[in-house]
Design a protein around this ligand. Structure first.
Ligand code: SF4
Length: 235
């Protein structure tokens, strides 16, 4: 029996589950969760405990056609900068509710494309976060890196802010599949980003690769996986 029909037999393709791209997942979003509920959740955090914090940057320079993440395309930095100000205002509200002595065990910037933020905005945002909750011992600060949207200045800003893990967006290395999904990103661009991250001391790297894209075949997918492995991601 082929692998695919085995998976079909197990009901994989019949499953109706919430998308993984948000937590709580979309069915849990409701108007019942208002300021009072949110306040009670934050106040219930144990003083002196360690928490994880996720910041979403819902902007991309170009939209990949397969993507269902909460994001929107923009060629201008102004909505991104306005959003950073909104995040800082939100952090100030959070700080008023947060019990004493809470530190971060994990900080993650995702999107969208967090590396779309200009370097100064990255520094500004990191400073605002760490003023509310400092990084705890051995804390992990990871950022989703779009290899098409990173340069030395932004990399320096992220390293200066404490980033110690990078998640690289790839999806597929095949140029034809990249054209179909609207995401041109040569292997060399990805490899350069990986080398720049390592040169800046970021040794913990992972990458996204997608199965199920149009025109993918076993051979093409295998080629993408081999190319990815040649970059030696650690997880
Ligand atoms: S860059 Fe990432 S978040 Fe933006 S559209 Fe493409 S896959 Fe989605």
């Amino acid at each position: 029996m082929s692998t695919e029909s085995q998976l079909a037999k197990l009901g994989l393709f019949d499953a109706r589950v919430p998308r993984y791209t948000s937590y709580p997942t979309a069915p849990q979003f409701s108007t019942n969760v208002g300021p009072a509920q949110f306040e009670s959740w934050v106040r219930a955090i144990e003083p002196g405990s360690r928490i994880s914090l996720y910041l979403h940057v819902p902007f991309c320079r170009r939209l990949c056609w397969f993507c269902a993440c909460r994001t929107q395309g923009t060629s201008s930095d102004s909505p991104v900068l306005a959003y950073v100000e909104a995040l800082k205002a939100e952090l100030a509200l959070f700080q008023r509710l947060l019990p004493e002595g809470v530190t971060l065990s994990r900080l993650h910037w995702g999107g969208g494309t967090p590396t779309m933020m200009p370097a100064a905005a990255m520094r500004d945002l990191a400073q605002a976060i760490l003023a509310v909750t400092p990084m705890g011992e051995d804390a992990e600060f990871s950022v989703e890196i779009d290899p098409n949207e990173i340069d030395t200045e932004r990399l320096d800003a992220l390293i200066g802010a404490g980033m110690n893990r990078a998640s690289i967006g790839v999806q597929d290395f095949d140029p034809e599949i990249q054209t179909i999904i609207g995401r041109d990103q040569t292997y060399e661009v990805t490899r350069n980003a990986v080398e720049a991250l390592r040169a800046h001391g970021v040794s913990s790297l992972n990458a996204d690769i997608l199965y199920g894209l149009p025109n993918q075949s076993t051979a093409r997918l295998s080629d993408s996986v081999q190319k990815l492995l040649s970059l030696s991601p650690d997880r």
